[in-house]
Design a protein around this ligand. Structure first.
Ligand SMILES: Cc1cc2nc3c(=O)[nH]c(=O)nc-3n(C[C@H](O)[C@H](O)[C@H](O)COP(=O)(O)OP(=O)(O)OC[C@H]3O[C@@H](n4cnc5c(N)ncnc54)[C@H](O)[C@@H]3O)c2cc1C
Length: 440
């Protein structure tokens, strides 16, 4: 066996694979299991959680007990409560009387948890492709290509867990143009920090109406008071996020089973019905905060500096000398107008399909697809392949259509990690004998 052969290789070290590391840690602590070889490949040079959106005053949108581990192991060392205790803030946190920690603190919690796994993680390692290693018509191994500080490398593994997150979604109208005047919210803080002081009276257009759009708008009102900022949106106003207790049960583990077993047309009705629990919706308290700030500006006759332009879509766009020229249309009256701005901030969300497609491209011929040409993810998060491919490939965060709204979220990370590991260990013990016989 090659020295670098792994039992489990994990691609990406964000919250999803960090939760998996926490479960693995418990499993490998057991002396019988400690021989398993595991590695995480992460393209960034250190752990961070959406660093460009760690905005002052922003909160996480899940209860703090839905952390990396509590749902499956409430006594774990890696719980949020233990992190608070060790940070000396447990009592102060209680005094906040909130279930939703601020995002800066949640990132700190995740970084603290990640700091325990430095031996398992190779940072600066960007995976570029995943290949089946076929021998005599069967494949028990996967070859993972990656670049480590521009050096091309590769490792072999019997199982791969892909949790590489999503890519910023850029609407078609902006796709043909790369310009430092167009910023996605995933780069927001870096952009804000680099903005020259002389630019502090510029005109900014935010496009979108979800949580990120509202947070960026709110931040610019506070940090950029000399500017003129317009939030363009298709909606009439920010829609309040549905945090109601009955509907929140769509994020329960049992709901994933129920949802997975429904026919596709029924699943899409449910996804549609529950959109406002996650998409294009904003926390009610943030909506009220922004409304109040805009009202105060109105009192001071400053309402033309920061405002929302509803029912508006962008139909055309050009880069001009010192900025961008947008042609926009009122969706219902169909009246068109032009807006000049120095910067456009796209609060247009993320897309996961392109991420997994790029990684799996080299093994496309072995993947079974659904009628929309999408990879098929089984209930245990393994990807369906042709039957001679016996190595396990697991995808976390790419199956909202079949596994429901929790797929891209933090809510069920520990439960999902436990299910994936159970499946991997079952697969390995079934294949073990045959696998080692063939290798020697
Ligand atoms: C601003 C913001 C706030 C959010 N807040 C919440 C919230 O409050 N509650 C909630 O439930 N969800 C929230 N989400 C949803 C979010 O998807 C989850 O919080 C979480 O980040 C998902 O974890 P992940 O590990 O699947 O993906 P990610 O966090 O995106 O992590 C993926 C990791 O994979 C790495 N990677 C990508 N490609 C490669 C490659 N080719 N090779 C190696 N490494 C790679 C990336 O660098 C990254 O570190 C938020 C999302 C955003 C953008």
């Amino acid at each position: 066996m090659r020295i670098q052969d792994l039992d489990i290789a994990c691609i990406g070290f964000g919250p999803a694979n960090l939760a998996l590391a926490v479960q693995l840690h418990k499993y490998l602590d057991n002396k019988q299991n400690h021989q398993y070889k595991v590695r995480f490949l992460e393209q960034k040079n250190e752990f961070s959680w959406h660093p460009n959106m760690l905005l002052e005053g922003s909160d996480v949108q899940i209860h703090y007990l839905k952390d990396l581990v509590t749902l499956v192991d409430p006594c774990s060392y890696f719980s949020f409560v233990n992190y608070l205790k060790r940070s000396g803030r447990l009592l102060q946190f209680m005094n906040l009387k909130t279930s939703f920690p601020c995002r800066i603190e949640y990132n700190d919690y995740l970084c603290w948890a990640a700091s325990h796994f430095t031996d398992w993680v190779e940072y600066n390692s960007k995976v570029t492709g995943i290949h089946f290693v076929e021998k005599k018509g069967k494949a028990d191994q996967i070859y993972i290509e990656y670049t480590d500080n521009k050096e091309q490398k590769g490792i072999y593994a019997r199982n791969v867990v892909i949790a590489a997150g999503q890519e910023p979604y850029v609407p078609q109208v902006f796709q043909s143009c790369v310009s430092n005047r167009i910023i996605h919210t995933s780069n927001f803080l870096s952009w804000l920090e680099k903005l020259p002081k002389t630019d502090f009276s510029q005109k900014v257009v935010i496009i979108g109406s979800g949580q990120s759009a509202a947070e960026v708008f709110n931040t610019l009102i506070d940090k950029y008071p000399q500017a003129k900022v317009i939030n363009l949106m298709r909606r009439f106003g920010y829609a309040p996020a549905d945090e109601s207790c009955f509907n929140n049960e769509v994020f329960n583990p049992e709901f994933v089973d129920y949802f997975y077993n429904l026919p596709e047309n029924k699943r899409s009705i449910i996804l549609n019905n529950f959109q406002l629990t996650n998409y294009s919706a904003v926390d009610v308290d943030l909506i009220q905060t922004i409304y109040r700030k805009l009202y105060e500006l109105k009192v001071q006759h400053q309402e033309s500096k920061f405002y929302i332009q509803p029912h508006t879509k962008v139909v055309n766009f050009n880069i001009v000398d010192d900025g961008c020229l947008l042609e926009v249309e009122e969706i219902f009256t169909e009246v068109r107008s032009k807006i000049f701005c120095n910067y456009i901030i796209l609060a247009t969300g993320y897309c996961s399909t392109s991420v997994i497609q790029k990684l799996l491209k080299p093994m496309d011929a072995y993947l079974l697809k659904d009628n929309k040409d999408r990879i098929k993810v089984k209930r245990d998060y393994s990807i369906e392949t042709t039957s001679n491919m016996r190595a396990g490939i697991y995808a976390l965060g790419y199956a909202e259509e079949t596994h429901g709204l929790t797929e891209t979220l933090i809510s069920l990370l520990p439960v999902r990690s436990a299910q994936v590991l159970e499946s991997i260990f079952r697969r390995m013990s079934a294949a073990n004998l045959e696998y080692y016989e063939e290798l020697v």
